[in-house]
Design a binder for this molecule. Structure first.
Ligand code: GLC
Ligand code: GLC
Length: 845
């Protein structure tokens, strides 16, 4: 079977060896404020914090061919014009390699005796992308080359950039700054993007060559590329001549022109910096207009000239190879640190590489980007999700707990006083997104889920005392604990005729729109009117979620009762008892009205008809309620859990994983909404929605069926992908959806990278299969593994403790701990207290 690359675990890289991958295989640069997406052929874009409001470079989604535009280098060697990343020139290369690593990408191409290698990364705490280009002459004779850099500016707002041309084509402005002397500081040549700077924007971007002289430049796209050419053959590059163009409106770009001479064996490094800065309003403009070497779009010097102090500082900082290499070293060391909190050695390199490298990396990426920017999410539609981000932080909290803490506060601040909340918020403003609204009745439960995970990881109960507003409204602050209470009560206060949770606009499944009844194709299912008046639509998924997170809430209250002083003890105890009674009632309601004989029902519709029942014509069984109700152990004593899990295997499972529902819907059901809008086998209509496979897998561990859990796990795990051509998207990260058994091409992946799948699989493999689980009291050891896994060692840092845990399974069991030896002594308990220092643990199953 054809492969396009391989894992290099030692370097924590995925190495792509053929540029013509079945889809662009991308990576992410940056992990705090300044971000980039980069494909294996150097396509993609950068933005600052918010992919919609602060898009720095332009990218065209839905172009032909796709993935055109990015950070391109062109080499004209007299015989050929080529790019190290193959695209955009597509000149056949003598060699090509792309290494996607932890927040960096290195692309190397060679042609006609020249090797060009570019390292792309965003240094820590820096608002800029470094591109270190190394040109090496591998031939026997001297070489003369013409090098062109290229990037295209986005006019900041990525949405209007794509639509408001009557304005956009008149607003573009740039500045060009050349070094005035060879030792000038900054050296090289910098192109500044300052569209709208003279009015309300206090930010600008720049593209600098910091360590060498440029012999020319271009800033106007049409001058550089030519109106009738494409990125593959810019006229300047083909002719080997820059135009030194200055953009006035139209499409501003940035391109450096450099003449390079290399002796045999010689190599030279060029440092390019693509950055972003903000100035205070009073300090926006240059204090020294008249500075030599400054040309403005207006052709003269005036008060619109940017005060460039901040950019100069960064340019200076990254003007030597030593400085760049040191910054790269720091980034790599940060990742060493992050990835050392949890490592496994299992004897199976696929498992080890997922746990130790790629699953954790993807969790960091989903934490940073939520569902905003990928090659499937355009960065303009969706910000951070209330539900999504709470799930994401569970996969990330062990890495940098302080950032998870801040995220929880940000999310909770968008909640309403009744416990409902905005479904999404914009990362730049941290304000709830009015266009998307709220009313997704699963949302509040996720706040409990995220917060409890944070406390179990850190032991930091103080977060519960933080004062957090409603809807970001100053003066409305209550404690975070109070937010959790009203989250819990939001379900309790919104029950339907069967005492099951009302679904609202939708639950986790955004496409199960039971109250929307849309016949108008111009309406969005997600935002159209929600006819919940008189609706009987109830969700078994929320019922399971409520029982699961409700138990966490009760446990939290009991924990608080045990740790606080006199008066409050009773308060927390009473609250725990009250909450437990609500959970018990929910469990009864599920048993009575939510069980279909062999599996849990999915929902009741507006009229009170069953969804996900054997009585239904299509969509007889759904995965979400099986996942949540089995995780919550509802009816386990009556055999419901095992039966539901068996039904998942029987009806939902296939070679590539479990589908969301079965049989797929083949026609449109207005009373169900978007779910039945998708063709059979895709997305929420019987796609393998990878996000919810782990729920069933955790359910399998609740049922203590280690072999089954493992089988489901490996079916969707990227490291086990066999057919890269069929899978299509990146083989190193999870995707949201793989086409299901009813689809035209089962096994074809889509929507890679930004999916709750990452966090949920992290939870599944580390906490439920390997069974190393943080609790309020420490680390619980509870493996549920395939009988073939005979031994593994986990190194886990929890708070100030570091555990090295070797689990031995001599008899090939699937679960159960017979003996725990902690620091040489046999102990009775399976939960280890996080006592500071290093601990050696041996566990016998
Ligand atoms: C997408 C959304 C997520 C939703 C899921 C199912 O992954 O990001 O919020 O739960 O689809 O509809
Ligand atoms: C669509 C998708 C779903 C996603 C939602 C977000 O409905 O099918 O997966 O969660 O859009 O708005």
């Amino acid at each position: 079977m054809k492969t396009f690359g391989y894992f290099d675990d030692k370097n924590r890289e995925y190495v792509i060896t053929d540029p013509a991958t079945p889809f662009p295989w991308i990576n992410y640069l940056g992990n705090e404020d300044f971000f980039g997406l980069i494909s294996n052929t150097a396509g993609g874009y950068d933005f600052y914090k918010d992919a919609k409001f602060r898009r720095i470079t332009r990218y065209r989604y839905n172009g032909v061919p796709m993935d055109a535009g990015g950070r391109y280098f062109y080499i004209n060697d007299g015989k050929a014009v080529w790019s190290p990343g193959w695209k955009p020139c597509k000149t056949p290369l003598d060699s090509y390699e792309c290494r996607h690593g932890m927040n960096y990408t290195r692309i190397t191409g060679s042609k006609n005796g020249i090797e060009a290698s570019v390292l792309f990364f965003v240094p820590l705490k820096t608002w800029a992308e470094v591109q270190k280009l190394t040109l090496r002459n591998t031939a026997d004779e001297a070489k003369k080359l013409k090098l062109f850099s290229f990037t295209e500016w986005c006019l900041w707002n990525a949405a209007t950039d794509m639509e408001n041309f009557q304005r956009n084509w008149s607003t573009g402005e740039v500045e060009i700054e050349k070094a005035t002397a060879p030792d000038a500081s900054p050296a090289g040549l910098t192109i500044y993007h300052k569209t709208e700077y003279k009015e309300r924007r206090n930010h600008y971007a720049y593209y600098a060559l910091t360590n060498a002289e440029a012999q020319g430049y271009d800033t106007d796209r049409e001058s550089f590329i030519g109106l009738y050419n494409g990125f593959e053959a810019p006229q300047c590059v083909v002719e080997g001549k820059p135009r030194n163009s200055v953009a006035h409106g139209w499409s501003p770009i940035a391109s450096h022109y450099v003449e390079v001479e290399l002796q045999p064996g010689e190599s030279k490094d060029f440092i390019f910096l693509l950055g972003y800065e903000e100035n205070e309003r009073e300090k926006k403009f240059s204090l020294t207009p008249g500075e030599k070497g400054v040309v403005t779009s207006l052709g003269e010097l005036d008060h619109t000239i940017i005060n460039k102090e901040k950019a100069h500082e960064v340019i200076k900082r990254f003007s030597t190879v030593e400085a760049v290499d040191a910054a790269f070293g720091e980034l790599c060391r940060m990742w060493d640190g992050l990835l050392s909190k949890f490592t496994v050695t299992s004897g199976d390199e696929r498992l080890d590489r997922m746990v130790n490298i790629w699953n954790q990396y993807q969790c960091m990426i989903t934490f940073c980007f939520s569902r905003s920017a990928s090659f499937f999410e355009s960065g303009v539609g969706r910000g951070m999700g209330f539900r999504d981000s709470n799930q994401d932080l569970v996969g990330f909290v062990h890495q940098i707990p302080s950032r998870a803490r801040q995220r929880i506060i940000d999310i909770a601040s968008t909640q309403f006083p009744d416990g409902g909340c905005y479904h999404q918020y914009q990362p730049l403003t941290k304000r709830g997104n009015n266009d998307i609204g709220g009313g997704f009745n699963d949302d509040p439960c996720w706040l409990i889920f995220g917060t409890v995970a944070y406390i179990k990881e850190t032991g930091d109960f103080s977060i519960l005392d933080e004062m957090v507003p409603f809807d970001n409204e100053p003066g409305t602050e209550v404690t975070l604990f109070e937010h959790l209470r009203i989250s819990f009560d939001h379900v309790v206060n919104n029950l339907g005729p069967h005492a099951l949770p009302l679904i609202g606009r939708a639950d986790w499944n955004d496409c199960l729109n039971l109250n929307c009844f849309s016949w108008d194709p111009n309406e969005s299912f997600q935002t159209t009117e929600n006819n919940s008046e008189g609706s009987k639509a109830e969700s078994l998924m929320i019922a399971g979620l409520f029982v699961l997170t409700g138990k966490q809430y009760v446990e939290l209250c009991r924990q608080l009762a045990a740790s606080v002083c006199c008066d409050s003890v009773a308060t927390y105890r009473t609250e725990a008892d009250r909450a437990q009674a609500c959970i018990d009632a929910m469990v009864e309601a599920v048993k009575k009205h939510g069980w279909d004989g062999d599996w849990y029902l999915r929902a009741y519709d507006f009229y009170g008809n069953k969804i996900g029942s054997k009585e239904c014509e299509e969509g007889k069984i759904f995965i979400e309620s099986q996942g949540f109700c089995t995780m919550a152990g509802i009816g386990q004593e009556d055999g419901m859990v095992d039966k539901a899990l068996d039904s998942c295997k029987r009806y939902l499972d296939c070679e590539h994983g479990m589908v969301l529902n079965n049989p797929a819907f083949t026609r449109y059901y207005v009373e169900m909404g978007e779910i039945s809008s998708y063709p059979a086998g895709y997305k929420e209509n019987a796609g393998i929605f990878c996000h919810n496979n782990p729920w069933v897998i955790i359910g399998e561990t609740v049922a203590r069926r280690g072999n089954d859990a493992w089988e489901h796990y490996t079916k969707i795990c990227p490291a086990w992908i066999k057919d890269q051509q069929l899978h299509k998207v990146e083989p190193y990260v999870y995707c949201q959806m793989v086409a299901g058994k009813d689809a035209a091409r089962p096994g074809e992946g889509k929507n890679s990278w930004l999916t709750g799948t990452a966090a949920w699989n992290w939870l599944t493999i580390t906490q439920y299969i390997l069974g190393i689980r943080p609790t309020f009291d420490g680390l619980e050891i509870d493996p549920c593994v395939p009988e073939t896994l005979r031994e593994y060692t986990v190194r886990r840092v929890l708070r100030d403790a570091e555990f090295e845990i070797t689990v031995k399974n001599p008899d090939g069991r699937q679960s159960g701990v017979r003996k725990v030896i902690l620091d040489g002594k046999v102990v009775e308990q399976t939960t280890l207290t996080a006592t500071p220092g290093k601990h050696i643990v041996e566990v016998i199953m």
